[in-house]
Design a protein. Structure first.
Length: 284
């Protein structure tokens, strides 16, 4: 495993396992499988409704807690100092742990300054080891780092070969924030797993499209957390440290970038309507 060093000196595995859209029923089994494959970093969120499954796996896996790296995220409905503070305690209870390795503000909406202050106090109290954000596009990111209470250790944003976040990564680097990818396979959109460029480059190394795509991000210094409910795919996605893409191959993959989201834009007002309704439980 390779690690990145966060801005407070803490080391984080560059490859982890994400559990978005893993059902609460399946989550414990999936995380136990992932840990048995070798993953030590697990990414969940209050909004995934599966923190308890992650917690059960933490307790049952047999790997000491200090060898695991657990990330969760405060959801918009818990924004603001008081609610966020209570939600952090609730996440700790569900995760069956005394501390969260990395705690993120899930979305840049609502009273996220209040959330941030709650997270800083949680860090001081030893409940959190590192604090970060998610889905902060360059404008909101700049606003937060220039006017906010501290520089986030991590910003988790949609990052894959079709939306490479090259500019965003440059800006984060200036301030010492680690970029972390969500959706490293774009959840399969845009015929991801049959992409000809990734296929032909991967074939040269005896690697799959998924492995080639992850390797590309890892070589750019991007933390990745691919999700799969299948143990054989978890193994495949973990097996990305025994080959190197050449400069020419990296440049070829760089041409796949469209500079646009394959999901939704956080600049789109209807997206904010959706999140507002979701947070009120209206379209869960
Ligand atoms: P993803 O990892 O890009 O793609 C997951 C999809 O790819 C699933 O359909 C999975 O199917 C399939 N897959 C996985 N490995 C494969 C392989 N080797 N070959 C073929 N298909 C494969 O999508 P994601 O889950 O959205 O993103 C990863 C993690 O990022 C999430 O789990 C979550 O932790 C985080 N995330 C965060 C945010 C945020 O707002 N911060 C948003 C989205 C995601 P099977 O499961 O059936 O194998």
């Amino acid at each position: 495993m390779e690690y990145v060093k966060l801005n407070n000196g803490i080391e984080m595995p560059i490859l982890g396992y994400g559990v978005y859209q893993v059902s609460p029923e399946e989550c414990e089994r999936c995380v136990l499988d992932a840990i048995s494959v070798g993953y030590r970093s697990i990414d969940t969120a209050q909004a995934y409704y599966n923190e308890e499954g992650v917690g059960n796996a933490i307790v049952k896996c047999g790997v000491p807690r200090n060898k695991l790296f657990i990330t969760t995220k405060v959801w918009i409905s818990n924004a603001g100092y008081e609610k966020a503070s209570a939600s952090i305690d609730e996440s700790l209870r569900k995760l069956k742990t005394d501390y969260i390795d990395l705690l993120l503000i899930h979305q840049p909406f609502g009273d996220y300054y209040g959330t941030y202050r709650a997270m800083i106090d949680a860090e001081k109290a030893g409940k959190v080891r590192a604090i970060g954000i998610s889905n902060f596009y360059p404008d909101r990111y700049k606003d937060l780092v220039e006017f906010g209470p501290m520089i986030p250790a991590v910003n988790q944003v949609e990052t894959h070969v079709f939306n490479q976040q090259v500019e965003a990564q440059k800006i984060m680097k200036q301030y010492g924030t680690q970029i972390m990818s969500w959706g490293p396979f774009a959840e399969g959109r845009n015929d991801f797993f049959t992409n000809e460029v990734l296929k032909s480059i991967g074939a040269r190394h005896g690697k799959s499209v998924a492995q080639t795509a992850l390797r590309f991000l890892i070589q750019r210094g991007v933390v990745v957390i691919p999700k799969s409910t299948h143990i054989e795919r978890m193994r495949e996605n973990f097996d990305v440290f025994d080959f190197n893409l050449s400069e020419e191959e990296m440049a070829q993959i760089a041409t796949l970038d469209t500079g646009k989201s394959l999901f939704f834009s956080h600049y789109d007002p209807s997206m904010i309507d959706f999140l507002a309704k979701y947070s009120k439980g209206e379209n869960k």
